[in-house]
Ligand binder design. Structure first.
Ligand code: N01
Length: 544
């Protein structure tokens, strides 16, 4: 159906919808299904990529693999769907996740309502019509009563503005915008900047192919072996048989994972026993390492015992003492930055074709036509890989021109950091919902668990509005004030803000406000709060 948008500045006929979803990753797919198939709304999803997948569509770098175990990294809204899909490895790789998301999209016939290759550039709220007018890069217009951003938290690539990059004679790539045809590293001198979760996954795979890999490390990082393995048929059968129980656990744990945090305390465990516990956790592998003790993320002293264990492991693996010292010279508590897990990352530095350059003491000054330059040396390269992360959480929202009531720009409202209520709604932006944005557990939670909760909450909210004949929902300014204070308060009770250079704080982007962005109170508490808000008649929102 088309009619003319009510914004006089725009003359193109706009597609009129009940709801518009931006993004076709895990979040957008499920939100589309909820609104279209459960509520019967007219819905369209706009997606910048040429296919579904979101973060998995873009992040095709070597070694890209999910850090959540596969039996917890999927949709759980449909028992049938859980029976129909079988993961092949302990951690699903990028290609397998893409197969899964395509399977889901086809299974629920979602693609017919997704418009691919369509990047949203602006979304303006028209108060008189109570509609969101949305424009795309190609000049198309859409108008919808409800707008849901499912744009992900880590989808705005950060390529540091090194002088001279444009003069580089070789090729360069950001891991979050990886070419679909792949990159051939054979016989190439490769430089990789960045040692976050991505760089730690990519380095061993690149090193196995390249003539030489030079890793440029600014901040040394912890990592624990992932312990990835192909899944045995009996485990696959176990997952099918126990899918409902696994789902229940993921909904009952702090981080939405399928494992529970131990109740024992590191500081009350004798050192020899503690060592054995860490050793067993290291052998088992994965993010579960941080579940070894209850106090690991609350007490610096307790955290130090884990940090010390991992640093000793690094020094025992890496044979060159200078490299080992650089890799283990870590300046933040364990897991205060998102903890990576790896497949032979530290072992990679024992290869003769791998070297580590410390760009903390001597930073990268520029890129020359030949390669990467620090104040001390030029490193000649054929390929530069930027594993330099993202303008996280707020970046994907702020790169669109989003304007609420009276033309107020989100860029202005969030100039000092993200401000919203429950991570779901922004005061002055009626009927705009954000999935897993700042102010929600999002990146501190196993993503599908956080996504299903948000999309369900949003769908129930819209159903409620329709049932009551209401037109609008909007966060009250005072609820936003309180929620921002709550997000800060719960973060300050953990060790998370002690990592001063973390993207959780926006510290990786020059000039970005330093605000702890995700809600650190845990998914269980967050779900309770959202449910209580509903039980009290959408307390903190204005319904009109
Ligand atoms: O990005 P990051 P990432 N000069 O920001 C360095 C998720 N993820 O893509 O720490 C030199 O963590 C920067 O150094 P520093 C996961 O949530 C999930 O690795 O800022 N170096 C750092 O070493 C993760 O946390 C999975 O000092 C510069 C690196 O680049 C998030 O994505 C897999 C620099 C960036 O690390 C982001 O991870 C992978 C500069 N100017 C990622 N600028 C799975 O679960 C930046 N760096 C699958």
């Amino acid at each position: 159906m088309t009619n003319v948008t009510t914004d006089p500045a725009k003359t193109t006929p706009a597609t009129t919808l009940d709801a518009l979803v931006i993004g076709a990753g895990f979040a957008g797919l499920y939100q589309l299904m909820c609104l279209r198939d459960r509520l019967g709304l007219s819905v369209k999803t706009l997606e910048a990529g040429a296919g579904v997948g979101g973060t998995w569509y873009w992040n095709r770098y070597p070694g890209a693999r999910c850090d959540s175990e596969s039996h917890a990294y999927w949709y759980t809204f449909s028992p049938e769907l859980m029976r129909e899909w079988t993961w092949s490895e302990r951690y699903p790789g990028q290609a397998e996740i893409m197969r899964y998301l395509n399977f889901v999209a086809d299974r629920f016939d979602l693609k017919r309502d997704i418009q691919f290759n369509t990047r949203v550039t602006s979304a303006h709220y028209d108060a008189a019509a109570n509609r969101w007018n949305v424009r795309t890069e190609t000049g198309e217009s859409f108008t919808a009563k409800y707008l849901i951003t499912a744009v992900g938290c880590l989808s705005t690539a950060n390529v540091p503005k090194f002088p001279g990059l444009e003069s580089f004679q070789g090729k360069w790539y950001h891991t979050g915008q990886w070419p679909h045809e792949g990159v051939d590293f054979t016989d190439k001198r490769v430089g990789m900047i960045g040692t976050g979760s991505t760089g730690i996954q990519a380095a061993p795979v690149i090193a196995a192919q390249a003539a030489h890999l030079t890793v440029f490390q600014r901040t040394a990082n912890y990592s624990v072996p992932a312990g990835n393995v192909p899944l045995a048929p009996d485990f696959q059968q176990y997952v099918r048989d126990h899918a409902a129980e696994i789902r229940a656990v993921t909904r009952d744990t702090l981080n939405g994972m399928a494992f529970r945090i131990e109740t024992r305390l590191a500081m009350e465990t004798p050192p020899e026993e503690r060592e054995k516990i860490y050793e067993a956790a290291w052998e088992r592998g994965g993010l579960q390492f941080r579940a070894s003790f209850q106090d690991m993320m609350a007490s610096k002293e307790a955290n130090d015992t884990a940090a010390d264990f991992i640093k000793r492991k690094i020094r025992s693996i890496v044979t060159d003492p200078k490299t080992a010292a650089l890799l283990s010279d870590i300046d933040h508590p364990y897991a205060a930055k998102r903890p990576p897990i790896d497949t032979h990352y530290f072992e990679t530095y024992n290869r003769p074709n791998v070297s580590l350059v410390d760009v903390k003491s001597v930073p990268i000054s520029h890129i020359s036509p030949n390669g990467v330059c620090t104040g001390e040396a030029e490193y000649p390269l054929d390929i530069i890989v930027f594993a330099t992360g993202f303008d996280a959480m707020t970046g994907p929202m702020l790169r669109m021109d989003i304007r609420g009531r009276d033309g107020v720009a989100l860029q202005d409202v969030w100039a000092g950091g993200p401000r919203n209520y429950l991570g779901l709604q922004i005061a002055g932006f009626p009927n705009l919902f954000t999935i897993t944005g700042p102010g929600s557990p999002s990146v501190l939670c196993n993503m599908p668990v956080a996504i299903e909760q948000h999309a369900d909450w949003i769908s129930d909210c819209i159903a409620h509005l329709r049932a009551k004949g209401l037109e609008r929902i909007e966060a009250k300014p005072e609820s936003v004030e309180k929620w921002v204070a709550e997000v800060n308060d719960v973060a300050s009770k953990t060790l998370l803000p002690l990592a001063k250079h973390s993207w959780y704080l926006g510290a990786n982007i020059p000039g970005k406000p330093r605000v702890f962005m995700p809600y650190a109170g845990g998914m269980v508490r967050y779900r309770e709060i959202c449910d209580e808000v509903v039980a009290h008649g959408y307390e903190g929102f204005i319904l009109a």
